[in-house]
Every structure is written in structure tokens, then in C-alpha cells.
Design a protein around this ligand. Sequence first.
Ligand code: ATP
Ligand code: MG
Length: 399
Amino acid sequence: MKLVEARALTKIFRRPDKEPGLRGSMKHLLRRRFTTMTAVDAIDLSIEPGEALAYVGPNGAGKSTTIKLLTGIVEPTGGEVRVGGIVPHRDRQANARQIGVLFGQRTQLWWDLPVRESLALLRDMYDISPTDYQRQLDRFDEVLDLGALLPVVTRKLSLGQRMRADLACALLHQPKIVYLDEPTIGLDIAVKDRVRDFLRQLRAEGTTIMLTTHDLADIEGTCERIVIIDDGKIIYDGGLAEVKDRYARERRVHLQLGTPITAADLAARFPAAAVTPGEAHGEFTISFDKSLLTAGAVLTGVAQLAEVVEVRIDEPAIEDVVRRVYAGELNITPGPADAAGAHPPSASPTSAHPAGTHAASARAAYAAGAADARAAGVPGAEDVTGAAGDVDPAEEASR
Ligand SMILES: Nc1ncnc2c1ncn2[C@@H]1O[C@H](COP(=O)(O)OP(=O)(O)OP(=O)(O)O)[C@@H](O)[C@H]1O
Ligand SMILES: [Mg+2]
């Protein structure tokens, strides 16, 4: 049985159209006008138990809203959703027991309490036995170095420390599925690596994961399936390996060389690559297609010509991959998983959504590098659909 099953799931937010000032408010009282915003547009999504899914797309695409719909924080405007047989927004409490959630942009820890107290509160809320609780704490200490953070008050935690504590909170009750909305946002390389290791471990243990990120390296080794959402619609659902093979082939080796050498010398050595000199003396970037050349071959070749002082190898971020998918290359064929019918709702991912059906302006802006499609949306917009479950309490509080 599928763990998550969403059919034509839709969320439309409404924002009051109000002129500024008291006059505007009075006018709005007399004549209420609203602008609507379709954040999630009739998506079909199913997730099998044990699956790890990357849910990606540009800013404002509808990723967080989907997660809020799946967690029951937000009530759908249309369509159906079930998680482990439960309708999340109808039975929030039962749903909370089977899910874990982390919103990287905000914390679920109690601000003025030490981390230990937040965890103890969650232990009581979820009825976790003392043995299970201790086992989980030991495990989090091992993989997230949580022990040192336990006595610290949340507001005194650095971002990386806070994220580690939040991960512990999301997983304390051993949920069936964990939704991670940008769990590495703003983290330094060392903490990112730690979180990524943790995700890989979760995956290996069979936890079902839905992961939202803007960084391809987060999903590496964790997710085999990638779902791309744009303007509220799913435009691709299939294998990650296929998307990467097709759109993330470029590698960049950044070098600091200690021997005088020119870009032309390097270019002559690597005809299949593009060589760009950096700003500082001896700095170069060599870009190549990984199917034509390897980073190892580049380094060996360069070492024969010059002394290599420093090296950095970049692979494209998921943002770049998604941008390429948008930039007119939408005819990506379904991955092997799709072809085998593993994800029937999206078996014909993009052919069902020809380019013209998307909000062309947002996509064009994105493809051009202006990734913040939120500008095309309704920043600071209020949801006034009236349902009590519609408004995210955290968002409410921050307003
Ligand atoms: N409570 C709300 N009221 C009104 N509009 C909203 C609300 N929450 C989100 N939106 C709008 O819905 C759209 C989708 O937002 P969402 O937060 O789901 O995007 P996202 O894909 O998570 O983006 P990001 O990558 O920036 O986190 C945006 O245009 C946003 O402005
Ligand atoms: Mg988001």
C-alpha cells in the first residue's frame, strides 16, 4: 500500500486586494476584493513506504505548501490526500504521530527552553517510553553530536546547532515518514556534510523521506527519485540518475597553480574542456562534460604542466539542473522507475504538461537566472479562506 497518496491536490490562497492606509481598509470593508494564488495546482503524488524522494523546484513553486498539505498544517482547496490511510488535515493528531517534519527556515524547538526540555516535552506528547527515548538520544548524540547541545537554550544556538536539534525533534518518535523542507539551508560545509550523512543513514534504515532542497548534493546518495514542481504543477517525476545524466553533466575544476602558465597552455592540453582564467594570478577554471573527461584526468594532466596549489571541484546545484529543464529542454523522458509504472500518476510527466501550460513569466525569469519567482507571487499574502487549519501558526506568529 502507498504511504502517501495525493490526487488532484490543490491549494489556492486568497489575498485581500487593499489599498494602503486607513482609507484603503475602509474601502476594503465595504467592497472586499481578493487576488487568488494557486500555490499547488492539482498535483498527483504517491510515495511508497521506504522511498526517498527529492521534491525540488524554484522559489515559490509550491514545495513548502505541498508539505504543509501533506502534514495537515494547511487545508486543501481541492483534491484528496491520505498519509498512511489518514486524511492529514482532518485527523491532525493521529497524523502527527506517524510523521516527522522539519522546516529549515524556522524551528519547532521552544525558544526559551534548553534543547533537553524541548525533547522531553515531545517525549511526553508522543508517549515515548524511557528506553526508546534514551536510545534515540544516544543515537542522535552519535550522529549529530547532540549531547553538547542538550543544556543550551534554543535562542542561544547557532543555525547549524539549531538544525541538528530540530532534526532530532523531527525524528524522536521514529515517524513512518519524515518531511524535510530545506534541512541544510544556510549551513556551513561541515554541518551540511553531517546532515547529509544523517539523511543517508535514515535512508539506509528504510525511513520514508520527502526532501526539499536547492542543493543537488543534499539528495546525492539519499534520493533515487526526483519530483520537479514548477508554478504549482509537477513537471517531472522519475529517476534522479537520469536527470543528472542529462542535465548535470558539467563539472568545474577550480585551480590555483604555483607555476606560471597561460590559459592557452591549459586549453591545448584539454581540447574537450573550456578554460577560463580567474581574477588572481595562477587561478583557472576548467569546465568539461563528465562523459568526456574526468576530474582525475584533469588533475593528472595539470600536474604534468604545473604545480597545483589548491583544487576545488564543483558539480551543478539542483537549481542549475532545474533551470536547464525549464530552459526549453522540457521533453525529458520518464525515468526507469516511471517506465516500470512505479509512479503511475506521473507516468507521462512532462508530455502531460507542455511548456505552454506553465506560468511562462515565472519560468522565463527563472531560466534567465532570476530565481525568485516569489516576486511573481504574493509575498506577505494572507490566506483568508476561513478554515481554521489553513493558516500556518508559525507564519501567523511571524506576521
Ligand atoms: N499563507 C499564504 N498565503 C498566501 N500565499 C501564500 C501563502 N503561503 C505561500 N503562498 C504563496 O504560494 C506560493 C508557493 O509558496 P511555497 O512557500 O509553497 O513555495 P516554495 O516552493 O516552498 O518556495 P521556496 O523555494 O522559496 O521555499 C508562493 O507564491 C507564495 O507566495
Ligand atoms: Mg519553501
